[in-house]
Design a protein. Structure first.
Length: 272
């Protein structure tokens, strides 16, 4: 069974009626299937215009669930979004960026999802809806493990919100992999730094692709507040302790720890 509603209300009613597979850009969904076509009932959100687009409001920035990576790179947004825009340009090739959605990247819940570290530095919240109610959870609480999220079977992501309090400063993003393009990262880092009168007033640092989920580094952030930007406060030991790196086919834990620390220092260095 396949349904493609035109309104969010209809989509939520359909979702409440059974176990549906949600489809939007499908850039993760199709590669994950072992068959020539998707199995089971499919709920296609691509015709719901209200789910796509970016709006700057008095409360922050609202990003609709089916907003694509290409939409994001073209949007006029404050400099704090520079890290997320850089990550958007790293997601696959141009064709993937034109089809893949920001919410789909979150729902796929890959430990190497490029969008997650920048969203963490933006204190982003995920809007989750059912036919009955809507709730918001921080990105850090939405991702519960590799390929695991806080979504219930009758829930869908309808938007991502960045609060007004996180719209200051500038963002940056770097990625470490075995090649320059079309790479699943060994480590990736993002930072959002606000500097006033030569000193850091806000610092948000995140590391991804080193453990089950991407993480913030609050202890290192605290060391930066009230001081000039200095990448040297980011030590190998502090980063290794914060990220608890893993071994896998792309790199061992020791390499990941050192790589993430150096990458984070280079990310922060641009603000010095």
């Amino acid at each position: 069974m396949y349904k493609r509603p035109n309104s969010l209300e209809d989509a939520l009613d359909i979702l409440a009626s059974g176990d549906w597979m949600i489809a939007a850009g499908c850039t993760d969904l199709f590669p994950a299937t072992q068959h020539k076509s998707l199995r089971g009932p499919v709920l296609d959100l691509s015709a719901i215009e209200s789910l796509r687009g970016i709006a700057v409001t008095a409360n922050g920035v609202h990003i609709g669930a089916t907003t694509t990576w290409a939409d994001l790179t073209r949007a006029e947004l404050p400099p704090c979004f520079d890290g997320l825009k850089l990550a958007a340009r790293e997601v696959g090739a141009t064709q993937i960026q034109n089809r893949g959605t920001l919410a789909g990247n979150l729902c796929n819940a890959s430990p190497a999802a490029d969008g997650v570290p920048p969203l963490l530095t933006l204190n982003a919240e995920v809007e989750i809806s059912t036919a009955r109610a809507t709730r918001r959870v921080p990105v850090s609480a939405f991702l519960t493990g590799p390929r695991q999220t806080a979504l219930a079977s009758d829930e869908m992501v309808t938007a991502i919100h960045v609060p007004q309090s996180a719209l200051s400063g500038q963002g940056h993003f770097l990625k470490l992999g075995a090649r320059k393009y079309l790479v699943i990262s060994i480590a990736m880092t993002s930072a959002r730094i606000t500097v006033e009168d030569g000193c850091v007033t806000q610092a948000a640092l995140a590391v991804g692709s080193c453990g089950p989920v991407a993480v913030r580094l609050p202890e290192i952030e605290a060391l930066m507040i009230g001081q000039p930007v200095d990448p040297r406060v980011i030590t190998d030991e502090a980063v290794a302790q914060a990220i608890a790196p893993i071994d896998d086919i792309r790199a061992d834990a020791a390499y990941r720890a050192k790589g993430a620390a150096e990458l984070l220092r280079r990310t922060v260095e641009v603000f010095a």
